[in-house]
Design a protein around this ligand. Sequence first.
Ligand code: FE2
Length: 142
Amino acid sequence: MGLYDGELHDLHFAALLRDVGMLKIPAAHQGDPKYFRKHPAVGSKMLSRIRLWEKASPIVQGHHERPDATGYPSGVGRGDEICLGARMLAVCDAWDAMQTDDFHRSAIPVDEALEELAAHVGTQFDANVVSTLTALAQEGVL
Ligand SMILES: [Fe+2]
């Protein structure tokens, strides 16, 4: 997607630390959307105070925002309001969730996962990011 090495470094750490804000949300409230939906802003603020990770901060801030502006915590989404790293992280997070077995469900086939991403382009996911991930998956890179 044309990121420079430094931007990839920031995206890498943002991906690893995307949900760090959950550490500041009391366990008893973590299932409540009123509290849960604050974790990107809380995590972003935490990272912004650490020089090594401050550039990961806007990526963490935007990782649950959506192009249709119905995401959280801010409900932004039009134009470039969501940084590219956050748009990439949102798609990759969904991809990873669909490709991984967990306690609740099994991983789904690659074709189904790609269809799911395509079905939500423009609403939940960025079109260019989904297009790039789809090409990589079809090449067998993922
Ligand atoms: Fe998150």
